[in-house]
Ligand binder design. Structure first.
Ligand code: SF4
Length: 597
């Protein structure tokens, strides 16, 4: 067990309270040894982020420490003198890499300046060399060029890796990772976990890995403590916790961990005659962006390339792929927020491009888009009841009917009538998403496009909302299009799945086909990275993707997956594979699984 070796960080009886005396953390006892990995597992709201921050000595107003101690190498972290002295020895990585860097300065320069501040005597040339070496070690492609790029030019996965470099640049003795993988794609999250394991082996740093994911913590930690309502309710070896959870909270977290290959059979598409509600035919979208290397230069980003698929009424269709693959562009095209450059989108058999303004306005009632970020998609100054009713007001519904429909929709999504006058600021992420769902439901839609709607939620809240979606579908006959990087969630609810890579569909099949008989190496790579406690059919070591996809500005000839594909052949570099039908209802764009001519 971890605490048998010398302690690097020790929390004894630590309690933190709010001004009203209620406890955020209550009597926490934890030990992190040098060279050990302590996992902290808990739902949203358990107190994980407060715990992460107190491990760095950050307890800010209005919270205060009301009991116990937190010591780093025996020194009391509550003292500001000790904090000043030991702070450079502790690295902290938060869950929001987007806000970790100043957007006006190059990422590499910001990290180098941090090194100069804590290592007097180092010059800029030496600092730059070390930053580039570390950017390279965390597999940021073209590290020397990326050194001078701004945060806005990094993808989400690259930014998270840059934050790790920032935390490691002065070789800390302790690394606190606060929920760093939840917002990431499965492939990037798997890369980050692998990277932390390598770093631990190389630097001997102690690591605290805080997460809601049982499989991730089981993969990396030596010991796990489960946090619930500010208290440690269970602790033990990771596999013991995963196989035989004792506390109700741990049992729910384990129960919510998807069983991909040993769980329920995959949902199957209906065999009855079904009508398409949405028909997407060969749509493309290219953006023109500034070329930073030429004064008046422009470059074309091919965001969506010849995408076609149908979604059937009352069905659940999934669309998966890494960040930057074009999923969000596609969701904007489908909901007609933007128009495709070519191709057609038909809603209930009518081409949206050919509808009159009045027809399109009416169509929007039946066609609702729910976005990922539960924090920024609600107006902060409006009570949630007004936010929900605003869409009815736009569509000219009278006040009395609006009030009735708002209350009914709130009740359906599990919000109380008392929430009607609340502002979003006091609500949890799950409650905010319920407000968003209610806002869509009042319009009685037929199709809901869920663009990473559940990605920011912990597995327990995610499970509750999936149950809600199932109930709403049974009652109202809704059709769902789930756009997500979360394959396990899509596996649970969708009957058919499309896999997207660099703006193209590379596989479309029934869910059983995608998970048990994938026809594209990219699908296998995604499956190898799904966090699960199951035995995987694909070993991560064999097929996990490294690095980033090629730039959509400068696509290579032939198959755009060639540079990352373990099965690539000479033909792949020359000829782009079409989306072939390899079995009835199962299509894949790969020369290996293409039918013989
Ligand atoms: Fe890999 Fe070639 Fe298939 Fe592309 S066509 S996925 S490079 S095997």
């Amino acid at each position: 067990m971890l605490h048998e070796t010398a302690p690097l960080l020790r929390l004894e009886g630590l309690s933190i309270s709010r001004p009203d005396g209620s406890a955020v953390l209550d009597g926490i006892d934890l030990t992190v040894p040098a060279d050990g990995v302590l996992g902290i597992l808990g739902e949203s709201g358990a107190g994980k982020t407060t715990l992460a921050k107190v491990m760095v000595g950050w307890v800010s107003d209005p919270l205060r420490i009301t009991g116990g101690s937190v010591r780093f190498r025996g020194e009391d972290l509550r003292s500001s003198d000790v904090q000043r002295k030991v702070r450079p020895r502790i690295g902290f990585i938060g869950a929001d890499p987007g806000n970790a860097f100043d957007p006006t300065l190059p990422v590499g320069v910001q990290i180098a300046e941090k090194l100069l501040a804590v290592a007097p005597g180092t010059d800029m040339a030496e600092a730059k060399k070390r930053v580039i070496a570390l950017l390279d070690a965390v597999r940021i492609p073209s590290a020397a060029r990326r050194f001078a790029e701004f945060p806005g030019q990094y993808s989400g996965g690259m930014l998270q890796r840059a934050v790790i470099v920032d935390a490691l640049i002065n070789e800390p003795d302790l690394l606190i990772c606060d929920n760093i993988i939840q917002p990431l794609d499965v492939t990037v999250a798997a890369q980050i976990v692998r990277l932390l394991k390598e770093l631990r082996a190389r630097t001997n740093a102690g690591i605290v890995f805080i997460t809601t994911s049982v499989p991730s913590v089981a993969e990396i930690a030596d010991e796990v403590a489960v946090l619930a309502a500010g208290r440690i309710v269970e602790r033990g070896l990771p596999m013991a916790i995963a196989r035989s959870p004792q506390h109700a909270v741990t049992q729910e977290l384990v129960a919510r961990t998807p069983r991909i290959w040993t769980g329920e059979p995959a949902p199957e598409p209906s065999t009855a005659e079904v009508t398409p509600i949405l028909q997407v035919s060969d749509i493309t979208k290219t953006y023109s962006v500034k070329d930073r290397s030429r004064f008046f230069g422009k470059q074309n980003v091919q965001a969506v390339r010849g995408v076609s698929f149908d979604v059937f009424q009352g069905d659940n269709f999934g669309l998966v792929g890494e960040s930057g693959c074009g999923k969000s562009t596609l969701s904007r095209l489908l909901s007609w927020v933007e128009e495709p450059d070519s191709g057609a989108i038909l809603f209930e058999g009518k081409n949206i491009a050919e509808m009159t303004g009045r027809e399109r306005f009416a169509m929007r009632r039946g066609f609702q888009l729910l976005l990922q970020d539960p924090y920024n998609c609600l107006p902060p100054h409006l009570p949630v009841g007004r936010t929900i009713s605003s869409s009815l007001t736009i569509h000219g519904v009278g006040r009395k009917e609006t009030a009735e429909r708002v209350r009914a929709a709130m009740a359906e999504v599990g919000l109380s009538p008392d929430d009607l006058h609340r502002l979003p600021i006091g609500m949890s992420a799950g409650q905010r998403q319920r407000v968003n769902i209610a806002r869509a439901l009042v319009l009685e839609p037929k199709l809901l496009i869920l663009d990473e709607t559940l990605s920011a939620l912990d597995p327990v809240e995610q499970g509750r909302l999936l149950n809600l979606f199932e109930r709403l579908q049974a009652k109202h006959g809704l059709t769902y299009l789930f756009i997500s990087h979360d394959l396990a969630m899509v596996r649970r609810v969708c009957t058919r799945i499309a896999v997207m890579y660099l703006g193209k569909m590379v596989e479309i099949a029934d869910t059983g086909g995608v998970f048990y008989d994938p026809g594209h190496p990219y699908t296998k790579a995604l499956l190898s990275a799904v966090p699960t406690l199951d035995e995987r059919p694909y070993r991560t070591e064999d097929v996990l993707l490294d690095g980033e996809p090629p730039s959509p500005i400068d696509l290579p000839p032939g198959c755009s997956f060639t540079a990352r594909c373990p099965e690539a052949m000479t033909t792949c570099r020359m000829k782009e594979p079409a989306l072939w039908s390899r079995q009835p209802g199962r299509l894949a764009a790969c020369h290996v699984t293409a039918p013989a001519p």
